[in-house]
Design a protein around this ligand. Structure first.
Ligand code: AMP
Length: 567
């Protein structure tokens, strides 16, 4: 048996006292140890305490609240939900719901995502059959409560996830109304990336003597970092594997570790890299000590250039010649980042730390910068043109290096016979082409869409939108915040107004949820008795119109079109 402690699958989670069904699910998912927020939150939540956690996306906060929910779950006793998770967007509702489903697979947990825009009758059917956990956006949850299709009498736990985002989207009143429908003796959990006074006020009003957890406060030593070049790329999840390949192409590391979150991810990334012509080896807690030793041996001997590993598996690993640490995701805590990149740039050598971040994870990058006091430069991904230029440059360098070789004379007779058939330049060009082909040849892959970084604190200053339904014009900051001032804006007509009970947050929620347009890109909103006007960036207008025309807002399907200029 393998005695290496780093390979024991779920010791970390088992220590938190989780039930075997959950431990098995986590092991299957390849989670090797709890993230810091999970380590701190799970115990108190299982014990039934209220909790306020300051944690951004990427910290593992979903499992931090979902596992205790499932731990406390007794399925089959009631058909009314026992847990309610409120989230700001449809996307998050689906993500959280899937996470609860995956972790609770062996418990046969019945979980339902509920958000605006989705046909309500499907939700009704599932609700009628009985559910244990409901994950939803406040607007739609309130709809169900008003229709009496969702009873909250059996609720034992309420989670407010991304509470700051929910407030920014104007959901404060809805949240209050929903909480008022739940039993007073419930457990209440609040997670938020930031802790503005309004969040604190909610916590004081609705939580009982909560435990408080804040991530990223510990001071880790950042001593090892000065010689490390730190950069990050913003990439959507779907393009991550391609982006990694491209970054590696351009960086051409001598030896690199690519860090992943789970065993499964290690396997996937290794496979994808090998498919792209790299020599990558997987290292994770599922391997025996023997297998690990062999992988390490190959890395030291230089036959492997790339190691793909989880934190646990890479612990204690000391590779002298490491030039690059690549984070396939933003690490779940700033301290883990510091720990990882302390591995390069040893003994005064220079090194690079490169992080692939999903757009939502930018806050985590900021937290890391605060901890290290150093900047992480956001770089643009190399384009296909960059890659082609780089391949040609490689051909050139290889030839330049080859000019110094000792035994070139033995090719003279070959060259002489070739120049009988073609001129010297043509022969040279053919040789360059062969070299190019041997290096992988032409780059023939699609462009990866570039993502503009968010401005810091761009979620601030939404006060105007929070004015409430009394005001006609909810946002007078002018068009297209979050985009450059000169980008074109289109006014979209929505055939629903005050009489239909429409509120600005319904529109923001529908546009963000249905068209995927970030709330910050939505401009002025005007609501009249019978219709509303919303400003959106011209580039997104068609998408918004299409999405809204197919969605239900406040129980109706509105007419949606471009506003005619001479209303
Ligand atoms: P979250 O911060 O909840 O959005 O989670 C970020 C990502 O980390 C998700 O893809 C999770 O599946 C993953 N994750 C959460 N906890 C762990 C863990 N203990 N080990 C590995 N991956 C995790």
């Amino acid at each position: 048996m393998d005695e290496d402690p780093t390979t024991s699958t779920d010791a970390g989670f088992a220590e938190l006292g989780l039930r075997p069904e959950l431990l098995r699910a986590l092991a299957d998912l390849g989670y090797e140890e709890p993230t810091p927020i999970q380590r701190e939150a799970i115990g108190p939540l299982v014990a039934g305490h209220d909790l306020v956690g300051q944690a951004a996306t990427g910290t593992g906060k979903t499992a931090a609240f979902a596992l205790p929910l499932l731990q406390r779950l007794t399925t089959g006793t009631s058909d009314d939900p026992v847990a309610l998770v409120l989230v700001p967007t449809r996307e998050l509702a689906e993500q959280v719901s899937q996470a609860v489903h995956r972790y609770g697979r062996e418990l046969n947990v019945r979980v339902l995502p509920v958000y605006g825009g989705q046909p309500i009758h499907r939700q009704l059917q599932v609700l009628r059959r009985g559910v244990d956990v409901v994950v939803g956006t406040p607007g739609r949850i309130l709809d169900h409560i008003e229709r009496e299709t969702l009873r909250l009498d059996a609720i034992r736990t309420v989670v407010l996830d991304e509470a700051d985002e929910m407030l920014d989207m104007g959901f404060a009143e809805d949240i209050e109304a929903i909480l008022a429908e739940t039993p007073e003796e419930r457990q209440t959990v609040l997670f938020s990336a930031t802790m503005p006074p309004r969040i604190d006020a909610i916590a004081r009003r609705h939580l009982r003597d909560p435990q408080r957890i804040r991530m990223g406060r510990d001071t880790a030593t950042a001593d090892a970092l000065p010689t490390v070049r730190q950069s990050a790329y913003l990439v959507a999840r779907a393009h991550k594997a391609a982006a990694l390949g491209r970054v590696l192409d351009v960086e051409a590391p001598t030896a690199a570790i690519v860090f992943c979150r789970t065993r499964e991810e290690v396997e996937e990334v290794t496979e994808s890299l090998n498919g792209r012509g790299f020599r990558a080896e997987a290292l994770h807690g599922g391997l025996s000590q023997d297998q690990r030793d062999r992988v390490m041996g190959r890395l030291r001997a230089g036959t492997t250039e790339l190691l793909v590993a989880t934190d646990v598996a890479a612990r204690g690993l000391d590779v002298e010649q490491l030039t690059h640490v690549i984070n396939f995701n933003v690490p779940s805590a700033p301290e883990a980042y510091v720990h990882r990149i302390g591995r390069v740039g040893r003994a005064g050598r220079t090194g690079a730390a490169i992080t692939l971040a999903e757009p939502r994870e930018q806050r985590m990058l900021k937290a890391i910068e605060r901890l290290t006091g150093q900047r992480i430069v956001l770089e643009k991904l190399p384009t296909v043109t960059d890659l082609r230029a780089r391949r040609l440059e490689m051909v050139r360098t290889t030839v330049v290096e080859g000019l110094d070789a000792d035994d070139l004379d033995r090719f003279r007779s070959v060259l002489a016979s070739l120049t009988d058939e073609a001129d010297l330049e043509q022969v040279a060009l053919a040789c360059l082409n062969l070299l190019h082909e041997a290096n992988g040849g032409d780059v023939d892959e699609p462009e990866i869409p570039s993502i503009a970084p968010q401005r810091e604190r761009e979620f601030d200053n939404r006060a105007a939108r929070r004015n409430g339904p009394g005001a006609d014009r909810y946002n007078d900051r002018g068009p297209g915040r979050g985009r450059s001032a000169d980008s074109a804006v289109t006014r979209v007509f929505v055939g629903l107004g005050r009489r239909a009970g429409l509120r600005p947050q319904d529109l923001v929620g529908a546009i963000a949820g249905e068209a995927g347009l970030p709330a910050r890109d939505i401009g002025a909103i005007q609501i009249t008795d019978r219709f509303s006007l919303v400003e959106v960036p011209e580039a997104d207008a068609d998408r918004v119109i299409r999405a809204l025309s197919h969605s239900t807002i406040r129980g109706r399907r509105p007419t949606v079109r471009r506003d005619r200029p001479h209303r």
